[in-house]
Design a protein around this ligand. Structure first.
Ligand SMILES: *[C@@H]1O[C@H](CO)[C@@H](O)[C@H](O)[C@H]1NC(C)=O
Ligand SMILES: *[C@@H]1O[C@H](CO)[C@@H](O)[C@H](O)[C@H]1NC(C)=O
Ligand SMILES: *[C@@H]1O[C@H](CO)[C@@H](O)[C@H](O)[C@H]1NC(C)=O
Ligand SMILES: *[C@@H]1O[C@H](CO)[C@@H](O)[C@H](O)[C@H]1NC(C)=O
Ligand SMILES: *[C@@H]1O[C@H](CO)[C@@H](O)[C@H](O)[C@H]1NC(C)=O
Ligand SMILES: *[C@@H]1O[C@H](CO)[C@@H](O)[C@H](O)[C@H]1NC(C)=O
Length: 442
């Protein structure tokens, strides 16, 4: 990080406004928002949507697990910042509004990081966004945090200028966001069915570099104290992702609205598995995956493949911002081998999608080729995937591919594998619950 940046950061604290009124505490809140896939309704062909999603995901898998690496390149404190807090691109946008009066905007949701942030005026540096930059001066409910605030302390690398808390996130792809940590009133929910929540801590980004997103900021849904889910109560949220190519948006439910009791769209048994904590990457949702069945074969995957190691490497996370799943190399190779053995077609790789477990679509007259099922065995829960959740068809090459890639570090259960599934992240009880569901009926 350059001294230029350090200089700019110190300026931010002079030019950002000081406004103060009374504080209210956050009431228990339940609401429903909706998620749009970033490529939904943009007129791209399916092949193109998939290959872009796989490209984004393969970048994300490399960066998600590198968040614990710390730069210590110089004595400049700003240079020893964390390389990255999550990759800069996710997959789903949510609509929300900030300030009083409320200014609507869209933000990328990210289960891989915690901070909620948006670009703010005055812009020292800003990236183009679809809605106007948030202007704290035009809001009656903006409060800056001092350096002693617990939220400031919860930042990975808080900076302090004139007792004003400044956050800075540097993403591995060169993107940055920095600004003042503040409280604001946020409005969540779908149009008239909205809830207003005061005093949500967020990053008001006056200095933003790089091509970050298609929205106007991020909403962190990770496990840490700064994440939206932990700032609301009760600390739980759920989503039900509609079919990948569906134009119908996906429900995202918070607090009391996130429960598996009153949903009439559940089409199968509810299963639950405990979250486990990786102190090296405490924001990520680790679960314990103990095995995989492909077709009739329970694969002989060594326990080491999915183990969360003492140094924080390895393990298995569930994520909303990665599209396809990534399996640790040994597990991946066994899945690949099982498909090779069980599918009566020769296996090829598909450069267009960047996937290796692919088969030529049978020539007409179509012979029905039996595709083996996939079940992830978690601690106490089995997730059997419908074929739609792992087979991807590439019209341009005529190849059917399994939407799973190899990882050299930990494994990720991606959102493509979570289609038409009600997925509940219950932080209060430390449980991930899921059940097959008709998400487009919710
Ligand atoms: C919230 O709902 C009210 C009506 O209940 C509506 O007037 C207002 O515009 C909504 N606010 C937002 C930000 O959508
Ligand atoms: C921000 O909101 C939190 C939670 O309501 C509150 O404890 C804190 O005092 C607020 N800080 C400021 C600077 O408004
Ligand atoms: C962002 O939106 C533009 C215009 O709608 C689109 O061309 C682009 O592909 C989108 N970016 C991503 C990462 O999807
Ligand atoms: C769901 O129902 C069960 C049994 O009726 C009850 O014990 C539990 O508290 C309910 N959970 C929620 C979130 O309402
Ligand atoms: C495999 O496919 C070939 C034709 O491509 C067919 O003759 C053979 O019976 C098939 N074998 C199985 C086990 O389905
Ligand atoms: C998951 O599947 C395995 C293997 O079929 C079975 O032994 C186990 O009882 C199942 N667990 C649950 C919770 O259904």
């Amino acid at each position: 990080m350059s001294t230029r940046l350090l200089f700019l950061l110190s300026i931010i604290t002079f030019i950002s406004p000081t406004i103060s009124t009374t504080c209210t505490s956050n009431a228990n809140t339940g609401f429903r928002a909706s998620l749009r896939h970033i490529n939904a309704n943009c007129g791209l062909p399916k092949d193109e949507i998939i290959s872009r999603a796989v490209q984004r995901s393969s970048k994300r898998v490399k960066t998600l697990f590198s968040t614990s690496k710390i730069f210590t390149t110089s004595t400049n404190p700003v240079a020893s910042t964390r390389i990255l807090v999550g990759p800069s691109e996710g997959e789903y946008l949510m609509d929300l509004a900030i300030g009083t009066p409320p200014r609507p905007y869209s933000a990328m949701i990210d289960t891989g990081s915690d901070l909620i942030w948006t670009q703010c005026t005055p812009c020292v540096l800003c990236v183009d966004q679809p809605t106007p930059y948030f202007d704290p001066l035009a809001s009656k409910t903006f409060f800056r945090h001092t350096c002693s605030s617990s939220f400031c302390q919860a930042l990975d690398y808080p900076l302090c200028f004139s007792n004003i808390c400044v956050y800075m996130y540097s993403y591995s792809d060169g993107a940055n966001t920095a600004g003042v940590l503040a409280n604001e009133t946020f409005t969540f929910g779908i149009s008239s069915n909205n809830v207003t929540v005061p005093n949500i801590a967020f990053g008001c980004g006056n200095l933003n570099e790089g091509s970050l997103f298609n929205g106007s900021g991020m909403v962190g849904l990770g496990r840490g104290p700064l994440s939206l889910v932990n700032q609301l109560g009760p600390s739980k949220f759920a989503y039900c992702l509609t079919y990948f190519f569906s134009p119908i948006s996906s429900p995202l439910l918070f607090g009391s609205m996130a429960n598996l009791n009153n949903t009439n769209v559940i089409t199968g048994p509810v299963q639950s598995t405990p979250f486990i904590i990786n102190t090296a990457l405490p924001s990520l949702y680790y679960v314990s995956l103990i095995g995989i069945t492909v077709g009739t074969a329970l694969l002989p995957i060594p326990a080491s493949a999915f183990a969360l190691n003492l140094d924080g490497t390895g393990g298995v996370i569930i994520d909303s911002g990665t599209s396809i799943s990534y399996l640790q190399m040994d597990a991946y190779n066994l899945v690949k081998q099982a498909f090779q053995t069980q599918v009566n077609l020769s296996m090829v790789s598909n450069d267009n999608f960047g996937l290796d477990i692919c088969f030529p679509s049978p020539p007409p007259p179509f012979v029905t080729v039996k595709i083996p099922s996939i079940t992830f065995h978690f601690d106490g829960a089995n997730m059997t995937l419908p074929e739609l959740n792992y087979m991807l068809y590439d019209g341009s090459t005529g190849l059917y591919c399994v939407g799973i890639g190899p990882s050299t570090d930990g494994s990720i259960i991606g959102n493509f594998q979570q289609q038409d599934m009600y997925v509940l992240y219950d932080l209060e009880n430390g449980l991930l619950s899921f059940a097959p569901a008709s998400c487009d009926q919710m």
